[in-house]
Design a protein around this ligand. Structure first.
Ligand SMILES: [Zn+2]
Length: 384
């Protein structure tokens, strides 16, 4: 049995009163939350800093870990995607698996206990099944031509079946509005809604997406030309990309990732969907050298969480690194708000808030020691 106290203890939702301590049993489970005055002070393990539940990384691509330091930074999304497509198969299966195993281990060591992870293929299923981390896998589907949506959807279901054979939990996800038809997004959303599962899509990551949907010349046209895919049939909806598919995504269980070029009118128009906005600032700096306007989302009282994205587009998979970028960009973000984004909000977005993201009596949801100064959040160590 351990009695743990710290300068402050964050539950995942708010701070506990400073007189409280955590009782952890011999199996590492949270047994009770008690007043320190009820315990002999010699029995208390005290830590200098903030103790919080394990981090929930809401967006990652473990299967791109082998592309660490392989992709040129700050070239924009279109060049980035071209480089990933050209390079991701230059490595054999073992190299890909070894990179995923190392990235998974480092995430665990940096206090991450649960991940929302994108898979296009099955290379990381074994790693995820053997991991100490809980994974919710998003099987990601790509296809702008609505004529192909049924075939792509069926392939997605069959990959999801393979995932389930590893006893892993997953759902379907669309890649992005410029690469997934509205019909396909609708099919995915309906499947997830009817199974009460989380939905995910990369949203408004680049200005090129905005131009493409407005019918202006865009790098996305170049990308399709590079891939030899004819999109002459495509009629731009002349709205923002988000507004073009908003009506078909699920209420409450939709995770929209990046949102770097999301405008205030998009946020206002989408309020009725209770979207979970996921920010991946490290990847935004790496790919587009820009950041989302977090203050806009905060001003509109939106749910937001944090993801690391992949090692193809980031120097590390480290939640405090991501949080520190956001704090430096938006100093008005409170410490409570950023800690909630690192823990409970991510868990809620993935639909796992009964297992992770907050202190739960009878469970081990991870305990991290963090220190905070100005705009820096530093992970110190895992306590449990
Ligand atoms: Zn991503």
């Amino acid at each position: 049995m351990r009695i743990i106290s710290a300068n402050s203890i964050f539950t995942g939702i708010n701070f506990l009163s400073q007189e409280m301590a955590l009782v952890i049993d011999d199996f590492g489970l949270l047994k009770d939350i008690v007043k320190k005055t009820e315990i002999q002070s010699s029995e208390i393990e005290h830590y200098d800093g903030i103790i919080a539940p394990g981090f929930v990384n809401a967006h990652c691509h473990l299967e791109l870990s082998h592309l660490f330091s392989q992709i040129e930074s700050k070239t924009g999304l279109i060049e980035f995607l071209k480089q990933v497509i050209a390079k991701r198969n230059n490595f054999n299966k073992k190299e890909q698996e070894d990179a995923a195993i190392e990235a998974d281990f480092k995430m665990w060591e940096s206090g991450i206990v649960a991940v929302g992870d994108i898979s296009n293929i099955d290379t990381t299923f074994k790693t995820k099944a053997n991991s100490k981390i809980y994974y919710h896998t998003f099987i990601e589907l790509i296809g702008l031509n609505p004529l192909h949506s049924e075939t792509i959807f069926e392939k997605g279901l069959s990959l999801l079946k393979q995932l389930e054979n590893y006893n892993l939990i997953g759902s379907l996800a669309a890649h992005a509005p410029f690469s997934s038809s509205k019909l396909l997004i609708n099919k995915i959303a309906n499947y997830n809604s009817s199974n009460n599962l989380a939905f995910s899509i990369h949203n408004q990551e680049s200005e090129e997406e905005t131009k493409f949907f407005a019918g202006r010349p865009s790098g996305i046209n170049d990308l399709f030309a590079y891939l030899n895919i004819d999109i002459n049939w495509f009629t731009p909806p002349k709205t923002s990309s988000l507004l073009s598919y908003l009506d078909v995504i699920p209420n409450k269980k939709s995770l929209l990732v990046h949102n770097t070029f999301c405008k205030e009118e998009d946020i206002i128009a989408s309020k009725y969907k209770f979207i979970n906005w996921c920010f991946c600032p490290g990847a935004n700096l790496f790919i587009e050298n820009t950041l989302p306007n977090c203050d806009l989302f905060l001003n509109h009282n939106q749910n937001w969480c944090i993801g690391t994205d992949s090692l193809a587009s980031n120097q590390k998979l480290d939640m405090c690194f991501e949080a520190s970028i956001l704090l430096a960009k938006s100093p008005s973000i409170s410490i409570e708000s950023i800690l909630k984004a690192l823990t409970y909000n991510g868990a809620k977005a993935l639909g796992i808030e009964d297992k992770f993201g907050k202190l739960i009596i009878g469970k081990n949801t991870g305990l991290n020691l963090i220190q905070h100064s100005d705009t820096q959040l530093n992970f110190i160590k895992k306590i449990a």
